[in-house]
Design a binder for this molecule. Sequence first.
Ligand code: GUN
Length: 298
Amino acid sequence: MAAGVGAAIIDGKAFAAGLRARVGAAVPAFQAATGRVPGLAVVLVGEDPASHVYVRNKGIATREAGMASFEHRLPADVSEDELLALVAALNGDDGVDGILVQMPCPRHISEARVIAAVDPDKDVDGFHPVNAGRLASGLPGLVPCTPSGCLMLLQDRLGDLSGLEALVIGRSNIVGKPMAALLVAASATVTVAHSRTRDLAAHVGRADIVVAAVGVPELVRGAWLKPGATVIDVGMNRIALPDGKTRLVGDVAFAEALEVAGAITPVPGGVGPMTIACLLRNTLIAAHARAGLAVPSL
Ligand code: GUN
């Protein structure tokens, strides 16, 4: 690509603000139909500082959208049984449409058991095996927030994804696997790369779409990309600089990729803001589905 002709920057922050506004605009009609607003319960166990920030931001965003936010903070030494009892109470609470237990949980708590304890119809994280199965089977269900946000950005940028070569780097249950399922459902041709993949550069070079979600700072080099590719960088890696400060970088070498890609999400300000917006969207979807109302398209 000629010097000075850089990739378009995909403004996830602006897109997320628009989505949050559309979610908020749908709340009054739900309230008129049901006599209540959608409610999201967030459970935080322990003192992880990053989790505290995430949970606070989720509460603020929920209230800004006109929904009810219920926050439950439990000490790090709470027993798994006590946490499961809280989840059961939230499952039975009619004012709660969405339940999110912030991960990671302390080591003595099985995240798998906690995820399985959430009512699948309130599972706004989309982590429950029932929702993973629904997604894999093409059935309606709650889809994990981060891949859902990535898909919205891709479709906004590219329109129809059918027939495009998509490479997902990473195979986590939270991002990689549901991302691949969403891209298959959108009729892309999908490859999933991971830590055992041989010659990642060759796979990247074939891809019209690259979604990087491995948590390795600047793993994907700009020179690997197919010219014009659309790059979605899910990575959020804090790296130390020689001067002792830190910087947030993605899984893609951003400055290099700008020279080759057609469009790319920045870190921060790309995928990150979409996650909370999609959480609010899932809460609205769950509320409508539970109330037997048609789910608004957003
Ligand atoms: N921890 C980091 N991201 C997430 C998320 O999307 N959901 C939950 N429950 N915990 C997280």
